[in-house]
Design a protein around this ligand. Structure first.
Ligand code: GAL
Length: 457
């Protein structure tokens, strides 16, 4: 395809999405805040996990990260300058309740009060995630997500947040990607708290799914008009070959990756038919749980980056399936080695939209990491801009076909701490020099800003 045609194919306008469509950026507390011990904050499982040897790329940690705790005002001014009027961030549980349960920390609460107030003063709408993976370490000592008591700890935490911030925060997300924090943290052991095996995974799934609904009920109880959602990681899953074995393998992965947490919330129960190992979860279920798992969310946050190609494999326990790495398939990839495949976001919107009980859908995360090169103080990250444009085209297609997608948030505003990958992958629209904390707007950030300029809010 000649260059001009290619450009034309990618050209899109904000107004195509309608004037009520929300545009924003997403972040998470541990990935940006730093100040991990400041003003009475207690340790979280990520503070503990990052201090262990061999867990994180080059032993990086979020102790300082982007220093957002001190630089939040500067970052919010920059956000406003870039015409971004919706900001998704998370609250650090151990900042507001250092031991996870019990005595709250007024200084931690004060930080979020100031952050929320500054957002509102700058005409930036706060979108708050209650749990983005940084469980207070004291609770992990009591079993963390594997302990059913987490339901009451979590309810107390949500109650405090809603009491403190609910007068100003109108949009809430209860959990960020439950499958990722229970899968990577309690089955594979590659994320905090580093636990492994079914005996941890199964109870953690069930308790997270219960907290997802219980947390939501608390918000509504205090603020019936608040918009309450929760977010899911999802990937478009396709079989490697059109043969029964691969098709079935893809179906199992799809159940695990895309259906495990939404279906119990919708009253459909867990996808046990496709994931037989979930039968063992019965052990952790009590009478009445099926009803407690349900909540009529105002919106679902869909978070998509890529697709997976799946092959049957006898060697992988429980799931009998494996993915064929994008690198091996010789397709375009990002610095996370994830395939660039814009149609995946369209397919995911279609999938979530097809559940009758799903109301509004927001893309609460989408974006890409690339190796950024600074030349003469500039970062010409054309690949990131093209990635965003490509995925946005797919979102627009979904919208034009009548799907209920109401907004889009780029992951992420600034480069930040990318969990086990440390600071190596850079996802930001804004570059961060971690030595000096200098922010430099990337070409993709300028593009997003220009794209948003036509209409305010
Ligand atoms: C999501 C997660 C974010 C961010 C992003 C990019 O799974 O919610 O915290 O790390 O992926 O990998």
């Amino acid at each position: 395809m000649v260059k001009e045609e290619q450009e034309k194919k990618l050209s899109l306008k904000r107004e195509d999405f309608g004037k009520d469509f929300k545009w924003g950026v997403s972040t998470a507390a541990y990935q940006i805040e730093g100040s991990h011990q400041a003003d009475g904050k207690g340790p979280s499982i990520w503070d503990i996990f990052t201090a262990k040897r061999g867990k994180i790329y080059q032993a990086h940690n979020g102790n300082i990260a982007c220093d957002f705790y001190n630089k939040y005002e500067e970052d919010l001014y920059l956000m406003k300058d870039l015409n971004i009027h919706n900001f998704r961030f998370s609250i650090s549980w151990s900042r507001v309740i250092p031991a996870g349960v019990g005595v709250p920390n007024p200084e931690g609460i004060d930080f979020y009060n100031k952050l929320i107030d500054k957002c509102l003063a700058l005409d930036i709408e706060p979108w708050v995630t209650l749990y983005h993976w940084d469980l207070p370490a004291a609770l992990e000592q009591k079993g963390g997500w594997t302990n059913r008591e987490i339901i009451s700890w979590f309810k107390d935490y949500v109650t405090l947040c809603v009491q403190c911030f609910g007068d100003r925060v109108k949009n809430w997300m209860v959990l960020n990607e439950p499958l990722v924090f229970v899968g990577a943290g309690y089955f594979l052991g590659v994320h905090a708290p580093g636990k492994r095996g079914m005996k941890n995974f199964l109870p953690a799934i069930h308790h997270a799914a219960l907290c997802q609904a219980e947390g939501a009920r608390i918000i509504k109880q205090y603020y019936p008009l608040a918009k309450v959602g929760t977010t899911f990681s999802c990937s478009f899953i396709e079989p490697s070959r059109p043969i029964q074995k691969d098709i079935m393998a893809a179906q199992r992965i799809d159940a695990l990756v895309n259906r495990l947490f939404i279906e119990p919330a919708l009253g459909m129960g867990y996808p046990v038919e496709d994931l037989k190992f979930l039968k063992k979860m019965e052990k952790y279920q009590l009478p009445g749980d099926k009803a407690l798992l349900q909540f009529d969310f105002d919106f679902i946050g869909v978070q998509n980056y890529t697709r997976e190609i799946i092959k049957h494999s006898w060697f992988v326990p429980y799931i009998k399936a494996r993915n064929i790495k994008a690198e091996k398939r010789k397709v375009p990839i990002t610095a996370m080695k994830w395939e660039i495949y814009p149609d995946s976001i369209y397919q995911m919107l279609k999938k979530f939209n097809s559940y009758k009980k799903v109301r509004d859908i927001y893309v609460t995360e989408n974006g890409a990491a690339f190796k950024d090169i600074i030349e003469d103080g500039r970062i010409n990250d054309k690949r990131r801009t093209n990635y965003l444009k490509g995925y946005l085209k797919a979102v627009l297609q979904a919208k034009k076909e009548g799907m209920n997608v109401k907004g889009y948030f780029v992951w992420s505003f600034t480069d930040n701490f990318e969990w086990a990958e440390g600071f190596r992958p850079r996802f930001g629209l804004v570059h961060v020099d971690y030595q000096t904390q200098k922010r430099t707007i990337k070409a993709s950030g300028k593009w997003y800003s220009n794209f948003l300029r036509n209409q305010v809010k």
